[in-house]
Design a protein. Structure first.
Length: 293
């Protein structure tokens, strides 16, 4: 038999259309003076832009640290048999996931309107120390509170899903060995859940890098704020926005590569065949060996 390959003319038509559109896009990018590529080159590594970039990176790292730590605590509380802890965690997640991040940033920035002073002392009693709210929660602190606490609500669900992916028998086996809940979580559950937790955490980190631009609403000096201040003076709006976009693209590309390495690191033990030995299986074999013939 002479096999005749199936022809797909539609695919070639689609390729031709895409090639024409790509050529038109490249042509307009190169020939349109409105993009202002010389201006982009002048400001890409300018000190104000680099300073804003530095602040963006600091916000991203610290906010994700707050979000990860808070997310783990909230996930443990959410899975706790104590209904009070579980309800508090569920309420926190509901509030911070259900309200816009911009509203949360504005709330923390104007917290002094509710509480002009914050104090420590005996509840309903004397105060030991008192602080001016505007000095204690400045723009940087408001950014960290808004971004970090909001991220903790999303990380809580990611961590909870990772913990739920671990076979419940692993927890029972750890309890049979005399491990406490904290030891079981640290030594048994979380190491196995990391394979499920890491990919969405990487996505959240990349998203946080871009979401940090929302702090422009409270005037904190980060990457987008820096380019806004520049084009408000020289009116080169599009070229300066391209500068910010190029930096965001470069940083997200680096983070994506790093995410890939970390995913491969935690996925090394993943098997596609029959499951390997586990703590539960070890206890079952041990109990069967101790049974007298």
């Amino acid at each position: 038999m002479n096999a005749v390959p199936v022809r797909h003319p539609g695919r070639w038509v689609a390729v031709a259309v895409l090639a024409v559109l790509a050529a038109m896009l490249v042509h307009t990018i190169v020939t349109n003076d409105g993009f202002g590529w010389p201006v982009v080159g002048d400001y890409l590594f300018s000190p104000p832009v680099l300073n804003g970039l530095k602040n963006t990176l600091i916000l991203t790292v610290l906010s994700m640290a707050i979000g990860i730590v808070g997310g783990v605590l909230l996930a443990v509380m959410r899975l706790s048999p104590n209904w009070i802890l579980s309800s508090v965690a569920a309420l926190y997640i509901w509030v911070f996931r259900g309200t816009p991040l911009i509203a949360q940033l504005l709330f923390w920035n104007f917290l002094s309107a509710l509480y002009p002073r914050l104090s420590l002392g005996v509840p309903f009693g004397p105060e030991f120390v008192s602080f001016d709210t505007n000095q204690l929660i400045n723009q940087f602190a408001a950014c960290l509170l808004g971004l970090g606490l909001n991220e903790a609500a999303y990380m809580a669900e990611i961590v909870r899903g990772g913990i739920a992916s671990v076979e419940h028998g692993q927890t029972e086996a750890a309890g049979a060995l005399g491990m406490s809940r904290a030891q079981t979580l640290r030594r048994i559950v979380l190491p196995q859940a990391m394979r499920v937790i890491i990919p969405p955490t990487g996505n959240e980190t990349i998203s946080m890098l871009k979401t940090s631009s929302l702090v422009v609403v409270i005037g904190y000096f980060e990457l987008l704020t820096s380019v806004q201040r520049i084009y408000s003076v020289n009116f080169q709006t599009i070229p300066l926005l391209i500068v910010a976009a190029l930096w965001y693209l470069a940083l997200t590309s680096i983070l994506s590569v790093g995410q890939g390495f970390i995913e491969r690191r935690y996925g090394r033990g993943l098997q596609t065949g029959p499951p390997g030995p586990s703590l539960l299986g070890f206890l079952r074999r041990r109990s069967s060996e101790e049974v007298p013939a």
